[in-house]
Ligand binder design. Structure first.
Ligand SMILES: Nc1nc2c(ncn2[C@@H]2O[C@H](COP(=O)(O)OP(=O)(O)OP(=O)(O)O)[C@@H](O)[C@H]2O)c(=O)[nH]1
Ligand SMILES: [Mg+2]
Length: 642
């Protein structure tokens, strides 16, 4: 029997907790004491007695919060591994060995966690069994000094021993007190998981793991692996080794994937809801230099950029100033050697290229940016983008779009969900700030009005200039605009003008709907005369050049009018007939085919009463309009002959 969905317990509260701290200070021993899991699983970790890579362990707190613990290595050479796991934690366990006190990676890990925007933490003074109380007081004093003025200034400090278990109860109590204040994650948002491990499982193929930052992942759904842009299907979802129907934001998640080889994925990639975020190698950011960075940071440097689980080499280019002072910030651009997949507001860490050390970090303002010049134009706009409301950002963004942009595209660029973006766009349209020329497609109002105006002006100008013509040919209008306009925008604007009844279109010619057309009497008279002249020749009409020469300057208008009114028919470059002549030819053809299935060239010449000069183009025209069909040297009746 299927389980009754109404009796399912409410989903558990979730959190991700990360360790931080200097090598050998007891992070892994602490996790083992709390969870029973030894997170040092690599043979080399066992042999050397240190953590090298990330370790993971599940924990259910006394209050029932389902915690995924990420245990990080403390060794200074493995800070990059630490960085791959620390993104997306809700709470930091800052582990400081009571016997050693604050050490370099205590500071560096703390700085990283702060740069990533984590604000909750607990200080765990481990190895309490090794030291005296007055020494502990001194270490606590140092730690308090380190945390003063940070979000962790009031963080609880718990004295702990992994050997005796002392402090375990206090630690659990502190954990629950802190976790109670962690806000729930956005489950409704598109899924986003930074891949921190990849391996294969017999029978399930490629498996990726990571902390699910937002959204949900279900078996059977199709996701995207970025920045490679691979479509992948979810075979199986596991949370801490247990197969689940869906993983939710805030869970350590393992996803078995269809459609991808082990070699096609690596740590640092992203598993994403389809079309939710776009990869880019250039990002506009706010960069903050750490207060203890030492000296001013120069304007253009090679750095290591850490976002999610990725480490990418690139350049950090300050857009303002000649350098950043320790503790200060600047608008900057990150130009990477490989693309990353960022969202607006993402926090990142920057490390010096060589020797590696953490120097700062910041937040993403524009996740998909174009190359900017230092001190170039548009820094005000970037600042607005950083601080501005979504509405202001969308307005600014649309100001730079040459043709209507879709909600989906705009949502991707601003890094918000389509629902939220669509709602703001709809409001802006209702407030007449932007236009929606097509469903779910948006354009700055000024651009829209300008497009409509340009087209109307052009159409009106042509109609005034050529009164004998119904209007400008649509193709000529589109290609001949004096102001550049994207083809897509032209089409939409043209259609809108037609729909609104501002343009009248006949036979692909366009005129303003408010000025009815009456061809000039003189041109009509000249056309009638031309028709009579042509018909007087039987079918052996003179070359157009001949009668055009006679008509002089009026010729072009007479021909255009006749062709537009379909009183003249262009058979070839040189030959123009009247509609009446062609109709009589059609009738003769029909009569012929009523008697005989085939028509030879000789028969045609006789029927039309013309020599080869006229018969060839005439027959080709008949083929073209479907009155005849060529079969070898002969013709049979065409489907349009009537
Ligand atoms: N006496 C005592 N020893 C401890 C305690 N916690 C850890 N140790 C020992 O300290 C050493 C390092 O502990 P780990 O837990 O591996 O340290 P770590 O912080 O995970 O080290 P890295 O991951 O390499 O940074 C091990 O030999 C532990 O047995 C403790 O509370 N008391
Ligand atoms: Mg360890």
């Amino acid at each position: 029997m299927a389980p009754d969905p109404t009796s399912a317990p409410p989903p558990a509260r979730l959190a991700i907790v990360g360790t931080a701290g200097h090598i050998d200070h007891g992070k892994t021993a602490l996790v083992r004491r709390l969870t029973g899991v030894d997170t040092d699983r690599l043979p080399e970790e066992k042999k050397r007695g240190i953590s090298i890579d990330l370790g993971f362990a599940p924990l259910v707190t006394p209050a029932g919060v389902h915690v995924g613990i990420v245990d990080v290595p403390g060794h200074e050479r493995f800070v990059k591994n630490m960085l791959a796991g620390v993104g997306g934690i809700d709470l930091m366990l800052l582990v400081v060995a009571a016997d050693e006190g604050v050490m370099p990676q205590t500071r560096e890990h703390l700085a990283i966690v702060k740069l990533l925007g984590v604000t909750r933490g607990i200080v765990v003074l481990t190895k309490r069994d090794l030291v005296e109380a007055d020494w502990v007081a001194e270490v606590k004093h140092d730690i308090a000094a380190l945390l003063a003025g940070t979000a962790f200034a009031a963080a609880p400090m718990v004295e702990f021993s992994a050997v005796t278990g002392a402090g375990t109860a206090e630690l659990f109590a502190a954990l629950d007190a802190q976790l109670a204040r962690v806000p729930a994650r956005a489950h409704g948002e598109p899924a986003r998981l930074p891949v921190d491990r990849v391996f294969t499982v017999e029978g399930f193929g490629t498996v990726v793991t990571g902390t699910l930052w937002r959204g949900r992942i279900r078996a059977g759904e199709t996701l995207e692996l970025q920045p490679r842009g691979l479509a992948v299907r979810v075979r199986r979802v596991q949370v801490h080794g247990r197969t689940v129907e869906e993983a939710r934001a805030g869970q350590r998640t393992a996803v078995a994937l269809h459609g991808v080889e082990r070699e096609q994925v690596e740590r640092g990639d992203w598993l994403l809801a389809a079309r939710s975020l776009r990869p880019s190698s250039i990002l506009d950011v706010r960069f903050e230099l750490l207060p203890d960075a030492g000296k001013e940071w120069p304007a253009n440097t090679r750095v290591r950029f850490h976002l999610g689980a990725s480490e990418i080499i690139g350049r950090l280019v300050l857009l303002e100033g000649e350098g950043v002072a320790p503790g200060a910030s600047a608008l900057a651009q990150v130009r990477l050697e490989r693309p990353t997949v960022a969202a607006r507001g993402d926090r990142f860490v920057i490390r010096q290229y060589s020797p590696s050390r953490t120097i700062g970090g910041g937040s993403v303002i524009e996740p998909v940016a174009k190359k900017r010049r230092r001190h170039g134009a548009g820094l005000d706009a970037l600042e607005l983008h950083e601080s501005g409301s979504l509405a202001a950002r969308l307005l600014q963004l649309l100001g730079g779009e040459a043709s209507p942009a879709s909600t989906a595209k705009l949502a991707q660029i601003v890094g918000e969900s389509q629902t939220v973006t669509g709602a703001v766009l709809a409001r802006l349209e209702a407030e007449h700030e932007i236009a929606m020329p097509l469903p779910e497609r948006w354009l700055a109002l000024a651009k829209w009005h300008a497009a409509l105006e340009i087209i109307e002006r052009e159409v009106r100008g042509y109609a005034d200039k050529y009164p004998a013509r119904f209007g400008i040919a649509k193709g000529e209008l589109k290609s001949g605009l004096k102001v550049a306009m994207q083809a897509a925008l032209f089409d939409i604007a043209f259609h809108a003008l037609e729909e609104e009844g501002r343009l009248e279109v006949r036979s692909q010619r366009v005129r303003p709907a408010d000025s009815p057309w009456e061809p000039p009497a003189a041109t009509v008279v000249a056309l009638e005369k031309l028709e009579a002249d042509l018909e007087a020749t039987g079918m052996s009409v003179p070359d157009a050049l001949v009668w055009q020469g006679k008509l002089g300057s009026a010729a072009a208008e007479v021909a255009t009018l006749g062709l537009f009114l379909e009183r003249l028919v262009r058979v070839s470059q040189e030959l123009i007939y009247t509609a009446k002549q062609m109709e009589s030819l059609r009738a003769k053809l029909a009569a012929h085919f009523a008697r005989k299935p085939m028509l030879s060239m000789a028969e045609f010449k006789e029927m039309a009463g013309v020599s080869r000069k006229w018969s060839v183009p005439l027959l080709e025209h008949c083929d073209h309009v479907g009155w005849t069909v060529r079969v070898g040297d002969e013709r049979k009746a065409g489907g349009r002959l009537g």
